[in-house]
Design a protein around this ligand. Structure first.
Ligand SMILES: [Cu+2]
Length: 137
């Protein structure tokens, strides 16, 4: 069939744009689920004043993400069946963009769960994380 060029060209352009959109849906719109907290180290020595380092990663690129606002922190021994055994925890100033530091007292060796709630710059929604680490004797 012979369609006039003025009809074919826009249709081809539209199909191309749609194809590109489907092939590369990111990073046109990021989502809070594109981000992830990760422990820098899976273990920490038991004791008071333990510092736990957590990195925030953009899973699409692997890039570290600075300037998240962490508004909720909790650490407990849920991995060892002691969910009610908590410890004080406080955020410390970051020394590397995208790496977040927390000071706590790991008063018992074993499994600890670090729970975080955070807002990521320019993203809607809340990022929640539950990270498990082991306090070594
Ligand atoms: Cu315990």
């Amino acid at each position: 069939m012979n369609l006039p060029y003025f009809l074919v060209a826009p249709a081809a352009a539209l199909a191309l744009a749609l194809g590109l959109f489907l092939a590369f849906p990111k990073p046109l719109a990021a989502d809070i689920s594109d981000y992830e907290f990760q422990l820098v180290e899976p273990t920490a020595a038991k004791g008071d004043g333990a510092v736990i380092a957590v990195r925030l990663v953009d899973k699409r690129t692997g890039a570290l993400v600075p300037d998240a606002v962490i508004f909720a922190t909790r650490i407990d021994m849920a991995p060892d069946g002691m969910e009610t055994m908590t410890s004080p925890i406080e955020a410390m100033p970051s020394t590397e963009p995208g790496v977040y530091l927390f000071r706590t007292d790991l008063v018992m060796a074993g499994g600890w769960r670090l729970s975080l709630g955070a807002k990521v710059q320019d993203e809607e929604g809340t990022l929640e994380a539950r990270l498990e680490l082991t306090a070594t004797p």
